[in-house]
Design a protein. Structure first.
Length: 203
């Protein structure tokens, strides 16, 4: 009797390939900063009067950190292609998902700018502990009032779309069970399957 040995079949990855470590790090950094800045903004009217300026400064500084993280994320995304969605995801969902993501990132870029303009034209300076950054702008109600309102409207729109993003991720996890949410877990990059032919960079 002749026994023939054959190589085992190559593993089959039916789940979508995960994002890379850089994209995952940027995603969760932006998410955590957005939560922190959002909570500080929502508690704006609850701050004690004696410490009001302190908390406004903290809110502004974390807003600047969020804006910087978003810019870094943009730069990373330019050179790192995201993994494709599963083939089970339909064309309508793909288009709506892309539109949602683009709108969220546009709001993440614009909302802090409106807040910074309102902050500076209030005549405030960024207090950084050992030193401050003061643009020397006199308080101008005609500038900071409309920009404060705009900042608030943009922030609420951003929170609404972020909530839709979270609900969609949970729908993929618990209803579709297609692995879309798992692609962005912090531990996903270490378990990601290799890309076919090594083409492209995961973002």
């Amino acid at each position: 009797m002749q026994v023939t040995y054959t190589d085992p079949p190559a593993p089959s990855y039916n789940h979508p390939r995960s994002y890379g470590r850089g994209a995952i790090a940027f995603h969760w950094t932006v998410a955590l900063l957005l939560i922190l800045v959002g909570l500080l903004g929502l508690l704006h009217d609850s701050w004690p009067k004696r410490s009001h300026e302190f908390w406004i400064n903290i809110h502004a500084l974390f807003g600047l950190m969020l804006w910087a993280a978003v810019l870094a994320r943009f730069g990373w995304r330019v050179t790192h292609t995201p993994p494709p969605l599963p083939t089970t995801v339909g064309a309508i969902y793909r288009r709506s998902s892309r539109a949602l993501h683009l709108t969220v990132y546009a709001l993440l870029f614009v909302t802090p700018i409106a807040g910074i303009v309102a902050f500076v034209w209030h005549g405030r300076a960024f207090e950084l502990g050992l030193f401050q950054v003061n643009f020397g702008m006199a308080s101008d109600r005609s500038v900071f009032e409309p920009t404060e309102d705009l900042h608030g409207y943009l922030a609420y729109a951003l929170f609404t779309l972020a909530a839709m993003h979270i609900l969609a991720a949970l729908w993929h996890r618990f209803v579709r069970r297609d692995g879309v949410l798992e692609r962005m877990w912090p531990w996903a990059a270490s378990a990601r399957p290799p890309s076919v032919g090594g083409a492209g960079k995961g973002n």
